[in-house]
Ligand binder design. Sequence first.
Ligand code: BG6
Length: 517
Amino acid sequence: MNKENLFTNPLSEGSRASSKPIDPCCLVIFGVTGDLTARKLMPALYNLAKEGQLPLHFTCVGFARRDKNDKSFREEMKQAVTKYSRTKPIDEKLWENFASRLFYHQGNFDDASGYQRLKENLDQMDQKYNTSGNRIYYLATQPSSFTAIVEQLSNAKLIYPYAENNSPWSRVIIEKPFGHNLESAISLQSKITKHLNEKQIYRIDHYLGKETVQNLLVFRFSNLIFEAIWNQKYIDHVQITVSEDIGIGTRGRFWEETGLLRDMIQNHLMQLLTLIAMEPPVSLDADSIRNEKVKVLDALRPISPDEIDHKVIRGQYNEGFVNGGQVKGYRAEENVDPSSNRETFIALEMAIDNCRWAGTPFYLRSGKRLPKKTTEIAIVFHHVPNILFLKNQKKYEQNVLSIRIQPNEGIAMNMNCKVPGIASPIQPVKMDFKYGNYFGLTPPEAYERLICDSILGDSTLFTRGDETLASWKYIDPILQHWQQDSTLPPAMYKAGTWGPIEAEKLLNHSARNWRMI
Ligand code: BG6
């Protein structure tokens, strides 16, 4: 066993003995010929190997329908890693060593014989590579295959009954989306939990694996000064922006079925909201943290049907210019219905009905084909009382704490300051901490952290079943409302702008504005 490979996740010190070695294991990736494996999973595994973060006894098996052999599979994976790895160039020697433990297994997701063969192969590999029977199954397939794969794994006895600290162990990582609405999420949950204990299920929301997202709790709860003002008494409102300059690319078919509310808000943005809004957990173990996140989701005030059109703005991009180049509108994208009403932008106002947040709205917005790619959380404080410094009846800028999740990861504080000199006007200035400048490190990719934690059995950065269902519960009435009148068009916005004018109005009616990012 590789005793050198020790991890320190500041969010899970409580749950994990810091000296815990990594168990040997085999990772089986279902849907290995897809984009996710090439762009994210294989580069993440390679970089983990490079940093000595994989178990010494480790194998990876790709399971997919297409006909291939180990050699061609390894060659394809090498090309993917060469293209997408965060560290470049690829280290040939390391790659050869890593690739010697990569295997391909051809099979259909719903055909039992492929799973029987898989079992035999894995048993043999355990002998040869000392992987001790420990298994992680990564479902990187279409969501429609999730249930079949879990059932087949269970029938083939590839999933073991769960027991605390059992050995060998088996775990299943499930990619998003977990369900298409509340009903399908409940159904998926009930089908897979016939075969799996909740503790064996690792639902991915890759935003939780981002370094700066992990820092949110450390920032909030390891700095005394913020917790005291982290409530409705001091905070006027919170803005969470996840903007992207890319369009929907080649994902037209997927996007027509999904849309931005399901793709981004139900998971990534609501996860960010829970981390900002949650109460301090009693400890840093996975369940204590997730219990607090669920409480936030449970306290969200449901948006009533007559409020939805005012409080949830859906937009769709028209043609326009992004980064200096002309781009087409959503309806002209490949595999998109030319009269589609599917949303590519959402701005919404949310209220949390608990003592900490009563009266402090949370504004979330996200969209494709916006001016730039950026993720930022802004905590906007109340105005100071209108007593001092008000000669011109001018309101000075509110203090804003902005947390840049990506890019230029950092934390900035805007405050008012006297300009030196006799006239002494007051001007906002900014204190700005940048991770890159301070630590000088390239943070690991989200998938590196998440794969690593799943091997360690640490589910802190994965969403629990009740969390997922609670966020669907909030989103579902909005989907239903839109479905009732699917002819209602979204508000259009020009590609390269910050969304439709209605998104501005959402804040303007309470004399607030979206921040210029
Ligand atoms: C994915 C969405 O979950 O997140 C994509 O399906 C989106 O539509 C992506 O582009 C954004 O992730 P990141 O890490 O690039 O901000």
